[in-house]
Structures are given as structure tokens and as C-alpha cells.
Design a protein around this ligand. Structure first.
Ligand SMILES: NC(=O)c1ccc[n+]([C@@H]2O[C@H](COP(=O)([O-])OP(=O)(O)OC[C@H]3O[C@@H](n4cnc5c(N)ncnc54)[C@H](OP(=O)(O)O)[C@@H]3O)[C@@H](O)[C@H]2O)c1
Length: 425
């Protein structure tokens, strides 16, 4: 078969959701120049035949040809005989979960960008797709427009993946970058981000690191062959007497400033590492990284995913992690992969069990912390003994276990938040 023949009849696409991403996908599918570009590469362009939304009559600034069916009966649409692929861009667990499940079980392929659904129900949906022999693709669910899932499965297939880590949430990276650059407080930057539409009215999914945890679960499934229980992934920075709030809500501007004075940045990093067989440790928490490292120098809403693998070493995927147009790139790529008969995002990988994965805080780390109650000259000997670097009240310690650093800091200030210092690969 000459691969340039491509598939002959177009895939008939039902698009669920016409929001930020859905609208951008529809625009491309209907765009004549996009369609001829696809055809020129030997693939029959997919055909948008139906859209499913809550209110089909609401104007959306998008001209849909009359041949494209509009409906609010999504349950019926996903099992319609005239549909080959369902593109789910509604988001959230329900009704998206049951719609995706019904589509897969009834023999339709599914493309989705729904990280929450995949992280929470991925192993069930994977089984459904495998049983029905349909494809489930989800490149858009991690790092928006940055191709990272398919390269992990396909292009890095000759490697043993040892670690995956990254900045996978643009909202929190924007907030931390603005706090570090302008010296403004978390609340101040967050409310400005909400006004400008970079952060949602309820920001908890981003700032408490749920979004990043979901993306890490998906990365871990493809890199390590296990679906981690997303709700069990550690989403907090360690504090001395109790756990600090999850995500970036407890990061103080003073800590960012003092980190910078020691050449460090504090970033919300999602990371997973390989154990003997599978993923052994994972966490999503603010960590200190060298300011000039790829992670440390990734600012604003940009995403960066690093894969550390043998024999390749360290490779990085960087780019726009959100936005309708950027994310539509990943959705469209998945549609074209299905048109080429490439199957699911997990490709030839075997089925993955669902597992609980601990964090790595019991390992020895260097730690970064700011003890505002201290002034250099009065540093207790217990702290100067363990300091690798210190600047006024900011410290980087020699590698030690969390319990050991907690024990040292408890008498100094029990409210201190301590950040693991992430070593370069
Ligand atoms: N935005 C990004 O940059 C980005 C990046 C990567 C991945 N994603 C993922 O892509 C998905 C879509 O995100 P988005 O930002 O495009 O969301 P969005 O702007 O909120 O749009 C959601 C769309 O789904 C429709 N919808 C919601 N509930 C529905 C229901 N019960 N029945 C029918 N339609 C319903 C909404 O309808 P109405 O228009 O009628 O309200 C809207 O058109 C999410 O899973 C998200 O995590 C988004």
C-alpha cells in the first residue's frame, strides 16, 4: 500500500463542546487552506459533521455550514451511525466520562483533551477502548499544543525512561514568574491574572496543583506503564510541623526573592521517577531549581516537559501549554493519526494497572528554606552546620532526609516551608 494514498473516505467527526478549544478545532476543520494542506500530505481531511453543545442556538462567533448538525442530545450523538470519531472538548468528569465511555463501547474512536477524566478514569476508558478495538487519543491533555505524549510512546520507544518532570500548568507558572519578577504578593498577582483571564474565577484546580497532578498521571501512564491514582499523588510542599498547603498557595514572595539571591527559582514541578519496574515515586510541589536551568528559566505560561532516559539522556519539550489555537494543534494531530490508522495514544504499550505511588521526600535531598526570624549573624550552629549556601535568612542544606531537616528547624521556626532542591539530571 502506498502510504501517500492515505485513507479514502473521510473520518466523520462529532465535536462535543464549542468553548476555547472546541471552537478553534472547528475553525481548522472547516478551513479550506487547512484541508488542502492535509490532503497534500496524503490524508483525506476529516469531515466535521456534527457539534454537540448545551445550547445549539447560542451564537458563538463561528460560521457552521448548514450541513453540520447542531444538537444538545449528546447521548444520542456519540452512538450515531453517521459518526466515526467523537472529539470530547467539554471537560470535567461528567457528562464527559459517560459520553466518552458510550462512544468507545459503541465502536467510535475518541479524541479528548480532558486531563481530569483521563487521570481519574483512564484505566477504565483504556480497557473500554481495548475491548471495543477503538482508538482513544489524548495528546491535548498534557502541555496543550506541545507534542509530548506521542513522542514518549513512539520516538523514545528505544529508551528506558528514568524520569519525567516538568512545568505543566501555565497559570501557576505565570503567577510564580510575576511574583518573582515584580516582588508582588500571591493574592495580588492571582487577582490580576483572574481579571485578564489567565486564571479561572475558582483557581483551585490550578493553584492547588490538581491540574498538574492529572497531567503527571497521564505522563506516568505512558512513561512507566502504570496509571497512578491521581488523588493519591502528593500535592504539597513540606513544612516543618505540618504539611504546607497544596500547590503554590503557600509560596511567599520573600521566598522567591531569597531563592533568586542564591541563584535559584521556585517552580511548581510535577515529576515521576522509575523504580525497578514501573513508576516508583511522584509528586507535584513547588521545588527550588537552579535559576538558569531549563526548568528555572521557563517563565510565564510556557510549559516544559523533560524526559530523562537511557540512552538518549535528557530531552525537553517546550511550548504553549494552553490556548484554543495551540491546543487545537494536538487535537487535530490526533484526528489525523486516527485517519492514518495509528490507534490509541498508548500505541503498542501493554495495558496499565492503576496503582498508588508515594512521593520521594524520604530520600535525601538538599533543601532550600527561608527562616525570616533569623539574621545571618545569629544563625544557630545547628543550621550553619548543615548549610551548603546561605544568604541572610535563606539556606540551602546539604543532602539530608526530610525528618532530619524538620528536626533541625522545629526549634527555629515551626512554620517554615522547606523546598526540595531538584538536582539537574
Ligand atoms: N483551554 C485550554 O487552553 C486547554 C488546553 C488543554 C486542554 N484543555 C482541555 O480541553 C477541554 C475543553 O477546554 P476549554 O477550555 O475549551 O473549555 P470551555 O471553554 O469551558 O468549553 C467547554 C465547552 O463544553 C460545553 N459544555 C460544557 N458542559 C456541557 C454539557 N453538559 N453538555 C454539552 N456541552 C457542554 C460548553 O458549552 P457552552 O458553550 O454551551 O457553555 C463549552 O462549549 C477540557 O477538558 C480542558 O481541560 C483545554
Amino acid at each position: 500500500v502506498d502510504p501517500r494514498d492515505g485513507n479514502r473516505s473521510p473520518l466523520r467527526v462529532a465535536l462535543l463542546g464549542l468553548g476555547t478549544v472546541g471552537k478553534a478545532v472547528a475553525q481548522q476543520l472547516l478551513d479550506t487552506a487547512w484541508r488542502s494542506g492535509v490532503a497534500a500530505r496524503g490524508i483525506t481531511p476529516p469531515e466535521l459533521v456534527a457539534v454537540g453543545v448545551r445550547d445549539p442556538d447560542r451564537p458563538r462567533g463561528l460560521e457552521l455550514p448548514s450541513a453540520v448538525r447542531r444538537t444538545d442530545a449528546l447521548d444520542d450523538l456519540v452512538v450515531d451511525d453517521g459518526i466515526d470519531v467523537v472529539v470530547e472538548l467539554i471537560g470535567g468528569l461528567q457528562p464527559a466520562g459517560s459520553l466518552v465511555g458510550r462512544a468507545l463501547e459503541s465502536g467510535r474512536h475518541v479524541v479528548t483533551g480532558n486531563k481530569a477524566l483521563l487521570a481519574c478514569e483512564g484505566h477504565v476508558l483504556e480497557s473500554a477502548a481495548r475491548e471495543a478495538g477503538t482508538a482513544l487519543r489524548f495528546e491535548a491533555s498534557v502541555a496543550g499544543g506541545v507534542p509530548v505524549l506521542a513522542p514518549i510512546v513512539n520516538d523514545l520507544a528505544g529508551n528506558r525512561i528514568d524520569a519525567i518532570r516538568g512545568i505543566v500548568n501555565g497559570t501557576t507558572n505565570h503567577i510564580l514568574s510575576a511574583m518573582a519578577e515584580d516582588g508582588r504578593d500571591y493574592e495580588d498577582v492571582l487577582s490580576e491574572a483572574q481579571e485578564r483571564g489567565y486564571a479561572e474565577a475558582d483557581p483551585s484546580g490550578d493553584v492547588e496543583a490538581w491540574d498538574a497532578a492529572y497531567k503527571l498521571a497521564i505522563l506516568a501512564r505512558l512513561g512507566f506503564g502504570e496509571w497512578p491514582e491521581a488523588t493519591s499523588l502528593r500535592r504539597a510542599a513540606p513544612a516543618v510541623v505540618a504539611d504546607a498547603p497544596a500547590g503554590i498557595t503557600g509560596v511567599r514572595t520573600r521566598e522567591l526573592e531569597r531563592a533568586a539571591s542564591l541563584g535559584l527559582s521556585i517552580k511548581l514541578v510535577a515529576r515521576a521517577e522509575r523504580g525497578r519496574d514501573g513508576c516508583s515515586r511522584a509528586s507535584i510541589m513547588p521545588v527550588a531549581v537552579r535559576g538558569t536551568s531549563p526548568l528555572g528559566s521557563t517563565g510565564g505560561v510556557t510549559n516544559l516537559v523533560e524526559v530523562i532516559a537511557e540512552p538518549v539522556g535528557r530531552v525537553a519539550f517546550r511550548g504553549p501549554g494552553a490556548g484554543g489555537r495551540a491546543t487545537s494543534s494536538a487535537v487535530l494531530a490526533d484526528l489525523l493519526a486516527i485517519a492514518r490508522g495509528e490507534g490509541s495514544t498508548w500505541g503498542p504499550l501493554p495495558p496499565a494497572p492503576s496503582v498508588t505511588i508515594p512521593d520521594d521526600l524520604d530520600e535525601e535531598h538538599s533543601w532550600f528554606f527561608v527562616a525570616t526570624s533569623l539574621v545571618g549573624a545569629h544563625t544557630p550552629p545547628r543550621l550553619s552546620e548543615i548549610a551548603l549556601a546561605a544568604d541572610d535568612e535563606a539556606f540551602v542544606t546539604r543532602p539530608m532526609a526530610l525528618a532530619a531537616i524538620r528536626e533541625r528547624l522545629a526549634p527555629v521556626d515551626p512554620s517554615i516551608t522547606i523546598y526540595p532542591l531538584l538536582a539537574e539530571a
